[in-house]
Design a protein around this ligand. Structure first.
Ligand SMILES: Cc1ncc(COP(=O)(O)O)c(C=O)c1O
Ligand SMILES: [Zn+2]
Length: 476
C-alpha cells in the first residue's frame, strides 16, 4: 500500500475517530510508530473456509432473496466500495464500513402493501435489511407494541407520548433485532460460531439466536454484570466468558480475537450487518403511526449505533417512497452521568468523543469508548437533537416513574431514557405539543439489583387483625 505523509495524517484521524475502540492494542501501538506494513494483518479477518468475498448475488441472480437490494459495503469516511464480506473497517482510511443499497431499485420494488402483508415481526421489512432469506434465524423478533402513555404524558406535560416497548422481544431487549440480522449474515458467510462483546443484553440475544439455529456461541462480558443478564445468557448452553475489566477492555480483546478465530463476532467483524438491524425500530415506529413520522424520539445510547440507525431508518423510508414527507423527527440521545462520553462531547461542542471510564448503574449503557459516538454527534447536530446526561440518582427514579404511571417495568437503560425525556421537556427541548416516542429498550427484571429496596411495602402475621392494623396505620 503506497502511503504519503498527508494520507498518514488522515489515517491517524480516522483511526482515532472510528477504529480505536476495536483495533487490537498491538496494531494501535504499531500504528503510533507509523508501521503501516502491519495493516494487512487486519485486512482479512479469518473467514470460514470457502467464504467468497462476494457472497450476496445481485437481484437478478437471487430473485425473492432478502438481499436483493444490497449493493455492497461502503466506507462511511472515504466512500470506497467493497464487496459484501465479513469485514467492518476500510483498508484505506480505517473508517467503518456500512451496508450500501440500490435505493432506486428499492423505490421501484418495495410497497407498503407488501410490507403490511408480511409477518408481524421485524422480517416484514426484510427487503430493507441485509439478511439473506434462507439464512434467517427467526425468533419472531420485533413488531413490538407502540403504546400511548397518557398518564406519563400528563405528568410530564406532554400532549402525546408513545412508548416503544422493545422489552417484548424474545430475549427482552432491542438487541434481538441486531442479532437476528447478524446471525443471518454470519450463516451466509459459512460461520458456525457466533460471538460477541457485550454489556449483557447483546449476549442474551446472541446466545438465544445461536441456540435456535444450532450454532455454537461464545459471549465475552465484563465480570460485574447483573446476575440476571449472566443467567439469561448461559441458560442457552453456550460459553460465557467473564473478564476482569470493563466493556471497552472486553471489546478490544474481541477485536484481537476476531483476527485469529473463525467466529462471527456479531458486533465486530459482522458489525455492518448487525448495526442495520436497529433500523427496524424506526420502520416499526413509522408504520405503527400510520406511515408517518413522530416529532421527537428519545434514544438511550451506549455505542451510539441505535441512535444513528434510528435516524438512517427514518430517512430510508422516505428515500424508498414508503413515507411521502421528508423526515423532520428530532432524535435526542440519553446517557447516564456515570458514562456520558457522547453527551459530554455534545455539550462541549467537540467533534470527537473523549473516552471515559464508566461508573454507572445503567450497566447496559456502560461503553466508555463508543464506536459510533462521532457519527451520533454529527447526526444530532444536523437534525437539532440534544444528547443529554442525567444524574445516576435519577435513573432509578425514571424506572419508578414509568412503572408507577404506565405499568411498565424497564431496566436501568429505560430509566435513563425516561429521566432524559423528563429533563428535555423541563428544559424546553421537547415542546408540550411534540408527539414524542420514548424507546424502552429492555426489561427491569434483568437489572433487579438496581431496585434492591423494592420489596414488600408491609408485612405481618396472617391474621385479619394484623392486616386491619396495617391499613389503619397507613391507609391505601
Ligand atoms: C437496553 C439497551 N438499550 C440501549 C442500548 C444502546 O445501544 P447502542 O450500543 O446501539 O447505543 C443498549 C446497548 O447495549 C442496551 O442494552
Ligand atoms: Zn475509507
Amino acid at each position: 500500500m503506497a502511503v504519503g505523509a498527508h494520507d498518514l495524517v488522515d489515517y491517524r484521524q480516522a483511526l482515532r475517530r472510528h477504529a480505536i475502540a476495536t483495533l487490537p492494542q498491538s496494531f494501535e501501538d504499531s500504528f503510533g510508530s507509523a508501521r503501516l506494513d502491519l495493516w494487512p494483518a487486519l485486512e482479512s479477518p479469518l473467514m470460514p473456509q470457502g467464504t467468497k468475498r462476494v457472497c450476496y448475488p445481485g437481484r437478478s441472480e437471487r430473485k425473492g432473496g432478502l438481499v436483493k437490494y444490497v449493493s455492497g459495503l461502503r466506507c462511511r469516511e472515504c466512500g470506497r466500495d467493497y464487496p459484501v464480506a465479513p469485514e467492518h473497517v476500510c483498508e484505506h482510511c480505517f473508517g467503518p464500513l456500512e451496508v450500501a443499497y440500490d435505493y432506486e431499485a428499492m423505490r421501484a420494488g418495495i410497497t407498503r402493501e407488501e410490507i403490511e402483508r408480511g409477518p408481524r415481526t421485524m422480517w416484514r421489512y426484510a427487503s430493507l435489511l441485509p439478511a439473506p432469506e434462507d439464512r434467517v434465524v427467526d425468533l419472531a423478533v420485533g413488531f413490538t407494541p407502540l403504546r400511548l402513555a397518557p398518564r406519563l404524558a400528563a405528568e410530564l406535560g406532554l400532549s402525546k407520548l408513545w412508548l416503544k416497548l422493545d422489552g417484548a422481544n424474545p430475549t427482552h431487549s432491542f438487541k434481538d433485532r441486531v442479532v437476528s440480522v447478524a446471525a443471518a449474515a454470519a450463516r451466509s458467510f459459512g460461520y458456525d460460531v457466533l460471538a460477541c462483546a457485550s454489556t449483557g443484553n447483546l449476549a442474551n440475544a446472541m446466545a438465544a439466536h445461536a441456540a435456535a439455529s444450532g450454532m455454537r456461541s461464545v459471549a465475552f462480558i465484563p465480570s460485574d454484570l447483573e446476575s440476571g443478564k449472566v443467567a439469561a445468557t448461559s441458560i442457552y448452553g453456550g460459553r460465557v466468558v467473564a473478564l476482569d475489566g470493563g466493556y471497552d477492555d472486553v471489546n478490544r480483546l474481541c477485536a484481537e480475537l476476531s483476527g485469529s478465530k473463525q467466529w462471527a463476532f456479531v458486533n465486530v467483524n459482522v458489525r455492518p450487518y448487525y448495526a442495520e438491524g436497529s433500523k427496524s425500530l424506526a420502520f416499526e415506529v413509522a408504520e405503527q403511526l400510520g406511515w408517518r413520522y413522530p416529532d421527537a424520539v428519545v434514544v438511550p445510547m451506549a455505542s451510539g449505533s441505535l441512535f444513528t440507525k434510528m435516524a438512517k431508518g427514518l430517512r430510508e423510508l422516505h428515500r424508498v417512497g414508503l413515507v411521502e414527507a421528508e423526515p423532520r423527527t428530532i432524535i435526542h440521545g440519553a446517557q447516564a452521568e456515570g458514562c456520558s462520553p457522547i453527551a459530554a462531547a455534545f455539550l462541549a461542542g467537540f467533534e470527537e468523543v473523549r473516552a471515559v471510564k464508566p461508573n454507572t448503574i445503567a450497566k447496559s449503557l456502560a461503553i466508555g469508548n463508543p464506536a459510533d459516538g462521532y457519527y451520533a454527534l454529527k447526526e444530532a447536530r444536523a437534525t437539532g437533537g440534544k444528547i443529554a446526561a442525567v444524574s445516576e440518582a435519577s435513573v432509578a427514579d425514571g424506572v419508578r416513574l414509568l412503572a408507577r404511571t404506565e405499568g411498565v417495568f424497564t431496566e436501568t437503560a429505560g430509566g435513563v431514557t425516561i429521566a432524559t425525556l423528563e429533563h428535555l421537556v423541563r428544559a424546553g427541548s421537547i415542546s408540550p405539543n411534540d408527539e414524542t416516542v420514548a424507546l424502552i429498550t429492555g426489561i427491569g427484571l434483568k437489572t433487579i439489583e438496581a431496585f434492591g429496596d423494592a420489596g414488600p411495602t408491609d408485612s405481618g402475621p396472617p391474621s385479619l387483625d394484623a392486616v386491619e392494623r396495617i391499613f389503619e396505620e397507613a391507609p391505601l
